[in-house]
Design a protein around this ligand. Structure first.
Ligand SMILES: [Zn+2]
Length: 995
C-alpha cells in the first residue's frame, strides 16, 4: 500500500479541529467478515496510523432517527453535544466512545438493501450516521446583506421569490484557478464565466405558441402567451370529429435540454449536468406541495463527463484541513458569507456562524468579500473537488482491483463469449486505471471452480480445481490476486490460453453461487470491481436458480411482481456482503434462454454496479458491442470505495433514494465503485408546514478513492428559491428530472405491483398535475376545448406515454421477454437524464439525402439530416432512416429505396434476400458506404457509454420490422396502447373530468 502522499497520519495540527474519525471503509486485512460490533477502546490510532472508525455509543438507538424536524433553538442543547457528535459523511464518527479495536465495518447483520426504499432509522448495531436534522438548529439565518453583490444581483420580480444575494462581485472576472492538479474526472461544462445576470424568473420561460414540429399557431390567444401553452383538442380541420392536429403536437426532437432556470436563478450553482431538480422552485408549504402531483426531487450525476472535457477544480487545503461547518459538516461553498473582518463565516445550510481558522483567514473588502476570492475556487464555483487528508480514511486508499468471474461452460464457449472476453481484457491491460498499483485476478467455473495462481515468479498460471461446492475454500489465497505490473507476463499468458483451455468443454452446469462466494473470499481483503460473465442459469450449489417460467397466466395476478424480483435471498445477501467489503459488481449476462436476470441483476443493483445484457449472444454478430462496452467498463475512470450524501438546508429532508447503491445509513449511499455513467435520484419532502427561508440549499458530496490512490471529495452545491405560487413550480419544472424520477418510481413499483398498476400511477400523476395547472388558468380564460400546460412540461405527456410503452413497463406477458424487461429495468435505474430521455424517445433520422447530397467535407452536412417524429407515417418508402435509442441503431430501408445505393451500402442486392438479419454491417469500398460509417461513428462517439450495434431491416420484412422498429415508434398505436393523438385526447378528457 502506498502511503498518502504528504498527508502524514497523525493528530490534526489545528488545535480547534474536531477530533473525528473517518467514514467507514472496508475492513483491514484479515478481519473476519462477521466481526462483532464496536469494541470500546482507547481513543487513538491503530497500528497502521489510520484512524479507526469509532462508532460513538450515544449515536446508537438513543439518538432518534433522522426525520426530526429542525426544532426551535434549544438553549444550550448544542453545547451539550460537542461538534463531532454529528458526524456526517466523510466526517466520520467521533471516537467519543473509543474506537473499536480495529476498523471493521459496522454494517449491521440486517443491512438493508436500499434502493428506493424509504429511509429507515439506523439499525441498532450501525452507528455511522445520524442525520443533520437531529441537531437543534439555530435561529433562522439573519438576512445576508451584501451591498456590492446586491447591486448587480438579479432581482426577482415574482411574488414569493427572494431577490438573490451572491457573495461575489459581478465586476470581477473570475480568475483562472492554478491548475496544479486535475481531477481524474473531467467535468464542468463551459467552466466558469462571470455569471450572467439572471433573468427574472418566468421571463426565460416565456411560453410560445410554437411547436418543434412547426404546427400552426393556436388561434388568437396572444394574451395568454406569457402564462401557458395550450393545444387545441377541438376538431381537426376538415373533420367534425373531436381530435388533435397531429402536426401541432410538441415533440422533443432535439432530445434533452438542460434546464436554464436552475442557473439563471443562482449563477453560482453547479452545472445542471451534475444536479437537476424536478422543479427549481421549492414550494413554501405543504399545501402548495400537495398541489404539485409530480415528484419533488433531484437527479444527481456526480461524476458526469463534461462534453467539452473541462475539469472540476481541485482544492487542497493542506495542513489547515478542509473547511466545513462545525455543526452540519457542510463544505465551504460559494453561498457561505464572511463577516467580522473575515474572522467568521456563516453556513448557508444550517446558518451557524463558524470561526475562520488562521490558515484560512483573509481580509474582507468594503463589501464583505474576501480579498483572495479570486484564488478560491471553492468560493466561486458550484463544483469543486477537495483533496482529503488522512482523517477521511480508515485505511490506506485501496488500489484499483479488477476480478473476473467467468463462466466457461459449453454455452459460454460456443457462443464465442469466452474468446471475446479474454481478448478484450487483454487488449485493455495497458489502460486499466491506477498503474502500477492495479491488482487483478481470475476465477472460472462450470460445475467446478478453477482458481489461477498468477504469482510473478511463474511463467504460466497454475490452475487449481475445487469441486466441493458445499464447503468452499480458497487455495493459495495470497497469489490469486496479483499486482498487474509484476505479474503481467503470467496474466498475458493466461488470457492468451483461456479460450483454448475450454474449447472442448461440454459441461453444461453452472456453479455460479459457489463461484461468487469464492470470488468474494478472494476479494474481501481489498474490495474492488467484480466483473461477472454468466451465460446460463446457475444450476449447482448455493444460489442455484430454477426456470421460473414466464407464465402468461400469472400476468394480472398478485403473483406477477414476484417474477421480477429475486426468489432466493442468497442474491440480496451476497450483494449486502459485497458492498460491505467495498466490492462493486458488474454483471454481463449472455444467454439463449431464461437466466433469471431478476436475480442476477440484484448483485449489480445493491453494489452500485450495472447489468449488461446480451441476449442470444453470438461472438460473430454481437462481439463488437461486447468489446466496446467491456473496454469502457475497464478503462473509464472509476471512483473506488465511495460514499455519497446529499445535504439540504433547513426545512427540507431527503426521504427516498432511487438507483443502484445500498444505503449505509439513512442518507449515506454506499458505492463501492462508481463512474461517470451512473446517476442517482432522490425525493425530498418538506419538514414543516411552512418554509420560512427564501432559499433552499443543496450540497452533494462524494467521498472516494481515485485510481491514483488519493482520497477526494467531489462537492456540488446548488440553491433554489422558495416560492409561494404554484405556477412558479410548474414554470420551473424540469421534465428530464421528472421523467427520471417517474421512470425509477414506476420500475420499482413493478417489483411489488402489476405492470398495469405501475402504468396507471404514472398516468394518474400526469393527469392530476395537468388538471391542477389547468385550474390555475382555465376558468378565467374559458379554455374548455384546449389542453393547457406550462412550456416546461410540454413534452411531459409524450414522455409519459413513452414510459408506459418502454420495455420495463409495456403491455403484458407477450410484449417483452421477462429477462429483457428486468434487464432494461436495471439499466434505467442507473441512467443519467439525457440518456434516459433518448431511450424513451429515440431519434429517428432520415439520412438518404445526407448520404447522397451532402458535401463531403462540409460541416453543414447536418442540414441534410432530417429528424422525424416516431411514427410510421413519417417513414418514406423511398427513404433510408437511422433509429438510435442510445443502446442500438436500426437502419431501415424503405421498400422503394434506390437498390443501387442499398447495394453499395450493404454489399448485396437486398431484393435477393428473404431477410436482412445476416448482413454484416461494415464499411464497403465506396464513398457512400464510408460516409454512412462515419456518420454512425459520430453518433456513437457522442455518447460512448454504450455501443449501438446496427440492425438492418427492410420495410415490410415480416416480424423483424415489427419487433425491431415498429414496436418502438411510440407515437403509433401499438397493441393495446394508445397512439400520441389518442393519448392526448384521453389525458384531456381525464383532466376535464370534475375539473
Ligand atoms: Zn452548517
Amino acid at each position: 500500500m502506498q502511503p498518502m502522499g504528504n498527508e502524514k497520519p497523525g493528530p490534526p495540527s489545528f488545535p480547534g479541529r474536531p477530533i473525528v474519525s473517518p467514514f467507514v471503509a472496508s475492513p483491514p486485512t484479515g478481519m473476519p467478515f462477521s466481526s462483532p460490533g464496536p469494541v470500546p477502546g482507547p481513543t487513538g490510532y491503530d497500528a497502521s496510523g489510520y484512524r479507526n472508525t469509532a462508532p460513538a455509543r450515544f449515536n446508537g438507538p438513543a439518538i432518534p432517527p433522522p426525520p426530526l424536524p429542525y426544532g426551535p433553538p434549544a438553549a444550550n442543547s448544542y453545547q451539550r453535544f460537542p461538534t463531532p457528535q454529528f458526524p456526517s459523511f466523510a466526517q466520520p464518527v467521533p471516537p467519543l466512545g473509543g474506537p473499536p479495536s480495529s476498523g471493521q465495518p459496522t454494517f449491521p447483520s440486517n443491512f438493508i438493501p436500499g434502493a428506493g426504499q424509504q429511509t429507515m432509522p439506523p439499525p441498532p448495531s450501525y452507528h455511522l450516521q445520524p442525520q443533520i436534522p437531529s441537531v437543534p438548529m439555530g435561529p433562522p439565518p439573519p438576512s445576508v446583506d451584501l451591498p456590492a453583490a446586491r447591486a448587480n444581483a438579479p432581482q426577482s420580480t415574482l411574488p414569493g421569490v427572494p431577490s438573490m444575494q451572491y457573495p461575489y462581485r459581478q465586476a470581477d472576472p473570475i480568475p483562472q484557478v492554478p491548475a496544479v492538479q486535475t481531477s481524474p474526472f473531467v467535468a464542468q461544462r463551459g467552466g466558469y464565466a462571470a455569471p450572467p445576470l439572471a433573468a427574472p424568473m418566468g421571463l426565460s420561460l416565456r411560453e410560445q405558441m410554437q411547436y418543434s414540429a412547426g404546427g400552426p399557431p393556436m388561434g388568437s390567444l396572444q394574451g395568454l402567451i406569457e402564462e401557458f401553452n395550450s393545444l387545441s383538442v377541438g376538431s381537426v380541420p376538415g373533420s367534425v370529429e373531436p381530435g388533435v392536429d397531429s402536426k401541432s403536437l410538441p415533440r422533443p426532437l432535439d432530445g434533452d435540454v438542460l434546464p436554464q432556470s436552475f442557473m439563471e436563478n443562482y449563477p453560482l450553482n453547479c452545472d445542471p449536468l451534475y444536479f437537476r431538480l424536478t422543479t427549481s422552485a421549492i414550494p413554501s408549504s405543504q399545501s402548495l406541495l400537495s398541489r404539485w402531483h409530480l415528484p419533488l426531487g433531484v437527479v444527481v450525476h456526480p461524476l458526469a463527463e463534461s462534453p467539452n472535457g473541462e475539469e472540476v477544480p481541485v482544492v487542497n487545503f493542506g495542513a489547515g484541513g478542509i473547511v466545513r461547518c462545525r455543526r452540519c459538516r457542510t463544505y465551504v461553498n460559494p453561498y457561505v458569507t464572511f463577516s467580522e473582518s473575515g474572522r467568521k463565516w456563516r453556513c448557508n445550510i444550517c446558518s451557524l456562524l463558524n470561526d475562520v481558522s488562521g490558515e484560512y483567514y483573509a481580509q474582507l473588502d468594503a463589501n464583505n468579500i474576501r480579498i483572495d476570492i479570486n484564488q478560491r475556487p471553492e468560493l466561486t464555483k458550484g463544483s469543486v473537488e477537495y483533496v482529503a487528508p488522512a482523517e477521511y480514511m480508515v485505511r490506506p486508499p485501496m488500489p484499483p482491483l479488477y476480478f473476473f468471474l467467468i463462466d466457461v461452460s459449453v454455452t459460454a464457449v460456443r457462443s464465442g463469449m469466452l474468446e471475446v472476453v479474454a481478448k478484450t481484457i487483454k487488449s485493455c491491460l495497458d489502460e486499466l486505471p491506477g498503474s502500477p498499483r492495479t491488482q487483478i485476478g481470475f476465477l472460472t467455473f462450470d460445475s467446478t471452480l478453477h482458481f489461477y495462481n498468477m504469482k510473478s515468479s511463474l511463467t504460466q498460471p497454475q490452475m487449481m480445481v475445487v469441486s466441493d461446492l458445499d464447503d468452499i475454500f480458497v487455495p493459495l489465497p495470497d497469489d490469486l490476486l496479483v499486482n498487474l505490473s509484476e505479474s503481467r507476463s503470467v496474466v498475458d499468458a493466461f488470457l492468451d490460453s483461456l479460450p483454448s483451455m475450454f474449447q472442448d468443454n461440454v459441461n453444461v452446469e453452472s456453479a455460479f453461487g459457489p463461484a461468487l462466494k469464492a470470488a468474494f473470499m478472494v476479494m474481501n481483503r481489498l474490495g474492488g470491481k467484480l466483473l461477472i460473465f454468466q451465460s446460463t442459469l446457475p444450476s449447482l450449489g448455493v444460489g442455484r436458480l430454477r426456470l421460473r417460467g414466464d407464465d402468461s397466466r400469472v400476468y394480472g395476478t398478485d403473483k406477477e411482481p414476484a417474477l421480477r424480483t429475486p426468489e432466493d435471498p442468497f442474491y440480496k445477501q451476497m450483494a449486502a456482503d459485497l458492498t460491505k467489503f467495498q466490492i462493486g459488481v458488474n454483471v454481463y449476462a449472455f444467454s439463449d434462454n431464461y437466466t433469471d436476470i431478476a436475480s442476477l441483476g440484484t448483485l449489480a443493483k445493491y453494489t452500485g454496479g450495472q447489468l449488461q445484457y446480451y441476449p442470444s449472444f453470438r461472438g460473430s454478430l454481437h462481439g463488437e458491442r461486447l468489446r466496446h462496452e467491456l473496454a469502457r467498463d475497464l478503462t473509464r475512470e472509476t471512483a473506488w470505495e465511495a460514499v455519497m450524501r446529499i445535504r439540504c438546508g433547513k426545512g427540507v429532508r431527503f426521504t427516498t433514494y432511487h438507483g443502484n447503491f445500498m444505503l449505509r445509513s439513512t442518507d449515506l449511499l454506499s458505492l463501492p465503485a462508481v463512474d461517470c455513467d451512473k446517476a442517482f435520484a432522490a425525493q425530498f419532502a418538506l419538514e414543516e408546514t411552512l418554509l420560512t427561508t427564501q432559499t433552499v440549499y443543496f450540497q452533494v458530496a462524494l467521498l472516494y478513492t481515485s485510481s491514483s490512490g488519493e482520497r477526494r471529495i467531489r462537492v456540488h452545491t446548488a440553491a433554489a428559491p422558495v416560492v409561494t405560487d404554484l405556477g412558479d413550480m410548474y414554470r420551473q419544472a424540469d421534465v428530464g428530472a421528472i421523467m427520471s424520477l417517474f421512470s425509477r418510481l414506476a420500475i420499482e413499483k413493478t417489483l411489488s405491483y402489476k405492470l398495469e398498476d405501475a402504468r396507471q400511477s404514472v398516468q394518474m400523476r400526469i393527469v392530476k398535475a395537468l388538471k391542477e395547472y389547468r385550474n390555475l388558468y382555465a376558468v378565467q380564460h374559458r379554455l374548455a376545448g384546449r389542453l393547457i400546460y406550462p412550456e416546461s412540461l410540454k413534452f411531459l405527456p409524450l414522455y409519459g406515454l413513452a414510459l408506459l410503452k418502454s420495455i420495463p413497463l409495456r403491455g403484458g406477458f407477450a410484449d417483452a421477454h421477462l429477462d429483457e424487461r428486468c434487464a432494461t429495468g436495471y439499466t434505467v435505474m442507473n441512467l443519467p437524464v439525457k440518456r434516459l430521455l433518448k431511450l424513451l424517445y429515440p431519434s429517428l433520422i432520415q439520412i438518404d439525402d445526407y448520404l447522397v447530397k451532402a458535401p463531403d467535407d462540409a460541416r453543414d452536412g447536418e442540414n441534410y439530416l432530417r429528424k422525424v417524429p416516431l411514427a410510421a407515417e413519417n417513414l418514406n418508402p423511398k427513404g433510408l432512416y437511422l433509429y438510435d435509442d442510445g443502446l442500438r441503431f436500426i437502419l431501415w430501408f424503405g421498400r422503394m429505396f434506390a437498390s443501387d445505393i442499398a447495394s453499395d451500402l450493404l454489399g448485396v442486392d437486398i431484393n435477393s434476400l428473404p431477410d436482412l438479419s445476416q448482413i454484416n454491417f461494415c464499411a464497403r469500398e465506396n464513398k457512400i458506404s464510408r460516409k454512412l460509417m462515419e456518420l454512425v461513428k459520430r453518433f456513437r462517439e457522442a455518447d460512448p457509454s454504450n455501443y449501438q450495434l446496427c440492425h438492418i431491416v427492410r420495410q415490410g420484412e415480416r416480424v423483424r420490422e415489427g419487433s425491431l422498429l415498429l414496436v418502438n415508434l411510440v407515437e403509433d398505436q401499438i397493441g393495446g396502447a394508445s397512439g400520441y393523438v389518442d393519448w392526448i385526447l384521453q389525458i384531456h378528457r381525464q383532466v376535464q373530468q370534475s375539473a
